[in-house]
Design a protein around this ligand. Structure first.
Ligand SMILES: Cc1ncc(COP(=O)(O)O)c(C=O)c1O
Length: 341
């Protein structure tokens, strides 16, 4: 559903008649200072990728998966979001709402009935589901639930042969509540992405952790060479670069703190988020987004519930661009701001 995602900068540039290079794109939750991609050796471009290149084992160590679990590298979480629902006969699937909508789309496309939940379902509601998807932390609200609450859901679901699928695309900067260490048990699946924290959305790189039998089935469904050799090569190097990961987690936390202060000052108090984006409920998000677009700042608008989502600026010039745009927006809409705390 291309129309419902952030990052549609070409479209914004056309709609607002502002050249592409003048825009500040804050419409995604992608790290604006990505892992520095090294040169890829010629033979990696030339040769087909091989499954026994050590990537799954490295990814399991990186994410803390037990030896009993399986791991499948995928061409972005999206590949698994579309393929996994086809590995279960049609049933009743709980999904979070509001949330990233691709999960609901993926299960519906495979013939399942999708039931939205604004909070984790009760024991009774879980008893009526075949699978539950949860996004932790959630996109766009940033809401987080504890690993122990999710494990309790998994236990209830697995009594009836059900699955719990946890999308941890935004967990990397703060991975305390990850369920990867609990994978291996039947019916527990966790998705990780290298698109957000690592800032490599264009590479199409993700990981699925789960029971080894189900991971094998998923790998067969996706077919041979579904992740390119350059992607597998770069994933291994990015996952091994723990120094960059530590420094990046700290920097993202500081940057999201700075963004929060800037938004509060502009009268857009964030009510949730992650180190990669902030979520600001607002009664007229379209008006705010249009006033920012006039200043060549693209943000993500949500209609129901009404809210805006801001990703992080990168270099200092982008922070200054945002500060100027927020000032102009505030003047145009006469929004009373708050003092910096
Ligand atoms: C919660 C969530 N999960 C998964 C994805 C897909 O990520 P990718 O396919 O790039 O790994 C996104 C992308 O926006 C997302 O927001």
């Amino acid at each position: 559903m291309a129309g419902t995602h952030g990052g549609r900068l070409n479209q914004a540039a056309r709609a607002w008649g502002i050249p592409l290079e003048q825009w500040l794109d804050l419409s995604t939750g992608i790290n604006p200072r990505p892992w520095p991609v090294p040169a890829v050796p010629a033979q990696v471009w030339q040769r087909l990728p091989e499954d026994d290149d050590g990537l799954p084992a490295l990814a399991m160590r990186w994410a803390g998966a037990p030896e009993s679990a399986g791991c499948v590298p995928v061409a972005g979480t999206q590949a698994a979001i579309q393929a996994l629902p086809r590995l279960r006969k049609p049933g009743r699937i709980g999904v979070p709402d509001p949330a990233y909508t691709e999960h609901a789309e993926g299960w519906r496309a495979a013939g399942h009935e999708v039931i939205p939940f604004s909070d984790l379902p009760s024991d009774k509601a879980l008893g009526e589901l075949d699978a539950l998807v949860w996004i932790n932390p959630n996109n766009p609200t940033g809401e987080t639930v504890t690993a122990s609450r999710l494990l309790a859901c998994h236990e209830r679901l697995s009594e009836q042969g059900g699955w719990l699928v946890v999308d941890e695309a935004f967990i990397d900067a703060d991975p305390e509540q990850t369920l990867v260490p609990a994978t291996g048990r039947p019916g527990l699946v966790v998705y990780r992405s290298l698109g957000k924290f690592f800032g490599l959305a264009g590479l199409r790189a993700g990981l699925v952790f789960g029971p080894s039998g189900l991971c094998g089935q998923l790998g067969e469904t996706l077919g041979p060479w579904s992740v390119s050799h350059p992607a597998r090569y770069l994933m291994q190097r990015a996952l091994a670069d723990t120094g960059w990961q530590q420094a990046t987690a700290e920097r993202l936390r500081a940057d999201s703190h700075r963004l929060g202060a800037m938004l509060r000052e502009a009268g857009l108090a964030p009510q949730g988020g992650t180190p990669l984006f902030l979520y600001c409920p607002h009664p007229q998000p379209r008006r705010v987004a249009d006033a920012l677009a006039e200043q060549a700042v693209l943000v993500r608008v949500f209609e129901s519930p009404p809210a805006l989502r801001f990703g992080l600026p990168g270099p200092e010039s982008e922070w200054q661009h945002l500060e100027r745009a927020l000032g102009a927006m505030r003047a145009a809409l006469a929004i009373p701001g708050q003092r910096r705390r």
